[in-house]
Design a protein around this ligand. Structure first.
Ligand SMILES: Nc1ncnc2c1ncn2[C@@H]1O[C@H](COP(=O)(O)OP(=O)(O)OP(=O)(O)O)[C@@H](O)[C@H]1O
Ligand SMILES: [Mg+2]
Length: 167
């Protein structure tokens, strides 16, 4: 059971704005899984999400680390940004990372190599990003993505995702 919405996101700037909108839905303890091929826009979305949460530090690709903690600047939840490509054994391994943060008090965003994260929270928001044009070049500079947001578990059962398509 879940709730789902699909939107078309025309530009990186709009992807950033979608991150802001998503941040408005998130609470401490939430898990967000981002899937999509290389360069799909997972980090771009996470950057907007971090801005929306009001956390310290710009979100970048976590190249040399498995996870990066961005503490809140405003007493809200920290953002824990995880690169699942480097997380071999699934989310359980996160307990062993010795992050200086409480996961139940944080928002955890995982850039997810599909099938890499085996043990998942039942309550999670899955965001799937796909190139909307396949291999074709756009006529203008836009490079649209199709974004499908799915809320799973009781946490998201009654959530209203329709607001994500505005703005
Ligand atoms: N509609 C769009 N949405 C998101 N990003 C876009 C869009 N159009 C163009 N871009 C560009 O595509 C790139 C997306 O890169 P990003 O690092 O966010 O992808 P990623 O999914 O995190 O990749 P990786 O798998 O390497 O982590 C950026 O350079 C961004 O400016
Ligand atoms: Mg990335």
């Amino acid at each position: 059971m879940g709730t789902q919405t699909t939107l078309t996101v025309d530009s990186a700037a709009r992807m950033n704005r979608l991150g802001h909108a998503l941040a408005g839905l998130l609470r401490p303890g939430d898990l967000v899984l981002l899937s999509g091929e290389l360069g799909a826009g997972k980090t771009t979305l996470t950057r907007g999400l971090g801005e929306g949460l009001g956390v310290r530090g710009a979100v970048t690709s976590p190249t040399f680390v498995i996870a990066r903690v961005h503490p809140s600047l405003s007493g809200g939840p920290a953002l824990v940004h995880v690169d699942a490509y480097r997380l071999g054994g699934g989310l359980d391994e996160m307990e062993d990372l010795d992050l200086d943060v409480s996961l139940p008090e944080s928002v955890v965003v995982v850039e997810w190599g599909e099938g890499k994260v085996e043990q998942l929270s039942e309550d999670r928001l899955e965001v799937r990003i796909e190139r909307a044009l396949g291999g074709e070049a756009a006529e203008d500079d836009s490079d649209p993505r199709r974004v499908t947001v799915t809320g799973l578990g009781v946490r998201w059962a009654d959530a209203d995702l329709t607001g994500l398509s505005e703005g």
